[in-house]
Design a protein around this ligand. Structure first.
Ligand code: HEC
Ligand code: HEC
Length: 407
């Protein structure tokens, strides 16, 4: 393989080899944090203060990042507060007004392999370091970017922001009346009681858990570890194109096949009659990295996403407008921008016709869809949550769909 750094540079660690997982020195990984974080990520009992009051304590992080959708939302536009139903069947709740619905105008990215992403979100605006070094003047008071001042990595900062943005917190009763008390005490024995049960610690635990959600059982990972029968002939050919003629690894590199660089591919923003509008949406939904940095050279650029577990998802690209992996590959192969507001001068120099044959497109597609598909992501779910709630959602429709017995 022509990958610089060779095969080792593409391998994911095991999820229990905490010392081999990239982490933030301000939040060293421990098994106790990971355990607490796994519960918090799935427990709807923490969604105390949503905009739509009727939705209180019915949704969790995993409502919008669930295993069967590769820890994405599986919808063009995810709905947290103001939605009902589980997974691909989630919909707007008729009892919640459109203005109270918790939606964004960007497709929900996956949390798998997020340990390999130093700054988070499509524009990369969360996280103190890496590509965000020197952007301090943009971390305005009162904005979520202010939390970059906590000097933590993207995963930790984003978890802290998400808790606040989605109206999630601990409640004293939830701490004392459940096993959360022991879990927080075990994970944060060195933290003062004032901070121990708050978002400060919740975010660190959730981030620790997220860092362990790795697609290390995907066939490509098995192949990298030496199992030469893990990939089919077509998948091996697809890999050859990915790292060769396709030039995909100019941007998609390393264990997550992402990179902390930003590029404009002229992909459409979120649109359609089914999209719930959002007031005061930040500029980065349209301008990507440039909406955050206000630098001309960053305009319309979005982060290079990781490529595992995309099979079966119908909403790809930052706007969710590309309907499959094959559609993305055909789009990149043709290299014609679909978003007319993105002037030619902004487009990545790598975005040029690749002249792949039909057979090469199919091989590349099966490499990305099948070789990069970890079939057992359910292993990252907890068996239950300390509140005893139905999870990851607890609204009436979800409880029926998830076959939860009455709470
Ligand atoms: C509305 C459903 C929703 C809920 C609930 C939700 N998220 Fe997200 N999440 C999103 C969307 C949409 C984005 C992309 C936003 C952007 O790029 O600006 C996102 C982005 C992220 C990212 C960044 C991934 C990347 O590749 O950059 C992480 C990590 C994440 N969420 C974790 C969480 C955690 C932790 C929670 C719970 C505390 C949570 N999310 C709750 C919808 C949701
Ligand atoms: C110039 C850098 C670059 C190159 C080269 C590149 N990509 Fe990407 N890729 C990106 C960026 C940036 C995005 C997200 C763009 C957006 O949504 O606006 C993306 C998105 C994707 C997605 C959609 C993922 C998702 O979660 O929505 C897939 C699949 C993908 N690329 C596969 C490939 C393959 C296969 C190749 C090689 C043929 C390739 N890419 C080449 C930068 C690149």
């Amino acid at each position: 393989m022509s990958e610089p750094g060779g095969i080792a540079s593409l391998m994911l660690p095991r999820s229990d080899e905490l010392e081999h997982i990239p982490q933030d020195s301000a939040n060293p990984l421990t098994a106790a944090k990971v355990e607490l974080g796994r519960y918090l990520f799935f427990d709807p009992a923490i969604s105390f203060d949503p905009a739509c009051k009727a939705a209180a304590r019915t949704f969790s992080c995993a409502t919008c990042h669930f295993a069967d959708a590769g820890f994405q939302a599986g919808r063009k536009q995810a709905i947290a507060s103001g939605g009902r139903g589980h997974g691909f069947r989630r919909e707007k709740h008729p009892m919640c007004d459109s203005t109270e619905v918790d939606v964004q105008l960007l497709r929900t990215p996956s949390i798998v392999n997020c340990a390999y992403q130093e700054v988070q979100l499509w524009s990369g605006k969360l996280g103190c370091c890496g590509p965000n070094k020197g952007t301090d003047s943009l971390w305005k008071k009162g904005s979520f970017m202010e939390l970059n001042r906590l000097a933590m990595a993207g995963v930790e900062t984003q978890a802290r922001v998400a808790l606040e943005a989605h109206g999630m917190r601990m409640d004293p009763n939830l701490v004392t009346e459940t096993k959360y008390l022991d879990l927080f005490n075990a994970a944060f024995s060195d933290v003062t009681p004032e901070l121990k049960y708050r978002r400060f610690s919740m975010a660190k635990a959730i981030a620790a858990y997220e860092r362990t959600v790795l697609t290390n059982e995907a066939p490509f990972q098995k192949w990298l570890r030496g199992d030469r029968s893990a990939l089919t002939k077509d998948q091996r050919w697809g890999a050859y194109i990915f790292f060769g003629k396709g030039g995909c690894n100019n941007c998609h590199r390393g264990p997550a096949l992402n990179s902390m660089t930003f590029h404009a591919l002229g992909i459409k923003d979120m649109s359609g009659n089914d999209v719930i509008p959002k007031k005061n949406a930040p500029e980065d939904i349209m301008f990507g990295r440039g909406g955050f940095t206000h630098r001309e050279e960053d305009m319309y650029k979005f982060k290079v996403p990781q490529l595992y577990n995309l099979k079966g998802l119908k909403f790809l690209g930052h706007g969710g407008g590309l309907s499959s992996v094959e559609a993305v590959i055909r789009y990149i192969n043709n290299a014609v921008a679909e978003n007319s507001s993105v002037d030619q001068k902004y487009l990545s120099p790598y975005f040029r016709p690749l002249h792949l044959t039909e057979k090469e497109i199919k091989a590349l597609t099966t490499f990305v869809e099948d070789a990069l598909f970890d079939p057992s992501l359910h292993r990252y779910e907890p068996g239950n949550v300390p509140s005893g709630f139905c999870f990851p959602n607890a609204d009436k429709m979800s409880r029926e769909q998830l076959r939860c017995s009455e709470q």
